[in-house]
Ligand binder design. Structure first.
Ligand code: PMP
Length: 428
């Protein structure tokens, strides 16, 4: 009896049982004809990688069907050490400076479990990939939020994700003696912001000054547009020693279902990630790791050359971005032009009259709007408020996020829906 009266739900799970992805993925599956919601490409991964997968499966080496080294398949950690060593200006040991995870998602989980204790504060820059908040809470920590603040351009130009900036004094005020880590996500999901060198130096200086770790989620590292440069914070002065850099083969090679991710950092940090990994997932699919290793091998040989996938993919995605920007602008759903990622955030203010507000509702307006849109127009997107903490959800509740990593036909179908909607609005 005494046993029965114990709550089955752990205290750390309280209040985080509702999840926006569960809700919106289901809505999209039920109602959408065009799904620009969740972030995944509907085009195939590159042919060289699909071919590598076929080869790996048909090869004599049947050991690719068995366990490999738990902290990462040796060919993969070796090539990642070589590749990222070059980019970060570090001599990396594949066995101690790199660890493979089940997607970047598990890399994040390992970081929060390994570094965050009860009472620790973790700074999260809003808007943020929503699991940062819940993972910090599951580790017993306290998330502390600091927003990117938008400033509209004066000249009537479209807003850019670069117009969303940190207030340096506000950011500095969040660093306390309790601060254990800051989560950086550049290029940022959902805005597509690519942090400038100056912005990264500001964060880096504060990390060094306050002895704070930087968990740098760089899964969109290759998806940067308009000739912008992705700068890795671990390459800035003093930062290697206190940064864990996280990457994803899902985003790197347009294969989100493979769930191969990695962490790169100093052994003094990675040793703790290994403990968590060893005692949770332990292992990521061997075949997928083998194929990702071959993908990186190819990219190392073609680095910076026109045939490199890391050169071609952003070019293709930039075109898709431009296409969706133009399409949204034409119907008056003002886009914020992203500098990177799969995503584009658009202002829904002009469409508010179609979706009546419910005053005093607990649900942010953009969430109701996105639900109405998928049910009535068949177009799925994600409300921006999903990327804010509870207290700030209503501060940014008139935007929705679209994913443009889609086939031309999908983007065209979205455009058709928007055009038709606009015509219905304007016709008497
Ligand atoms: N970080 C960010 C910012 C993401 O957008 C995502 C995927 N949506 C992840 C991490 C997780 O990546 P993976 O699929 O490799 O687990």
């Amino acid at each position: 009896q005494a046993k029965m009266s114990k709550p089955v739900q752990a205290r750390r799970l309280e209040g985080i049982d509702k999840n926006i992805w569960v809700e919106f993925v289901k809505l999209a599956a039920t109602y959408s004809t065009v799904n620009l919601g969740q972030g995944f490409p509907d085009f195939p991964p590159p042919a060289f990688l699909r071919e590598a997968f076929r080869r790996a499966l048909s090869e004599e080496n049947h050991m690719l069907h068995q366990y490999t080294r738990g902290f990462g398949h040796p060919p993969l950690v070796k090539i990642l050490a070589q590749f990222f060593g070059k980019l970060l200006g570090q001599d990396l040991d594949p066995m101690t400076n790199v660890m493979v995870t089940v997607g970047a998602y598990q890399a994040l989980f390992c970081c929060f479990q390994a570094f965050v204790d009860e009472g620790d504060e973790v700074i999260i820059i809003e808007p943020f990939f929503d699991c940062y908040e819940t993972m910090v809470k599951m580790a017993g920590g306290t998330p502390v939020f600091v927003p990117l603040r938008p400033k509209a351009p004066k000249d009537g130009k479209l807003m850019s994700s670069a117009d969303w900036k940190l207030d340096p004094a506000e950011l500095a005020s969040k660093f306390t003696t309790q601060t254990k880590a800051i989560v950086l996500n550049s290029p940022n999901n959902p805005l597509g912001k690519v942090f400038s060198r100056g912005e990264l130096e500001l964060i880096a200086d504060l990390c060094v000054k306050h002895n704070v770790l930087c968990i740098s989620d760089e899964v969109y590292e290759w998806l940067v547009y308009d000739g912008k440069e992705h700068i890795r914070i671990a390459s800035l002065r003093g930062m290697w020693d206190c940064t864990v850099t996280i990457g994803s083969a899902g985003k790197t090679f347009s294969a989100t279902g493979w769930k191969v991710g990695w962490t790169v950092g100093p052994d003094r940090l990675l040793q703790h990630l290994r403990t968590v990994h060893q005692n949770t997932a332990y292992h990521c699919a061997t075949v997928a790791q083998e194929v990702v290793a071959q993908g990186f091998q190819r990219e190392l040989e073609l680095y910076g050359k026109p045939d490199s996938y890391f050169v071609q993919l952003p070019k293709e995605l930039q075109q898709k971005r431009d296409w969706l920007v133009q399409s949204l602008d034409a119907v008056g759903m003002k886009p914020i032009v992203p500098e990177g990622t799969y995503f584009l955030v658009a202002d829904i203010s002009k469409f508010k009259s179609d979706v009546p507000d419910v005053p005093d509702s607990n649900e942010p307006y953009d969430s109701r709007f996105a639900k109405w849109m998928v049910k009535n127009k068949g177009l799925a997107a994600i409300p921006l408020s999903a990327f804010y903490c509870g207290a700030h959800k209503n501060d940014y509740n008139h935007f929705i996020r679209f994913c443009f990593a889609k086939e031309e036909a999908t983007l065209k179908a979205a455009n058709d829906i928007l055009q038709k909607w606009k015509q219905e609005k304007t016709s008497p």
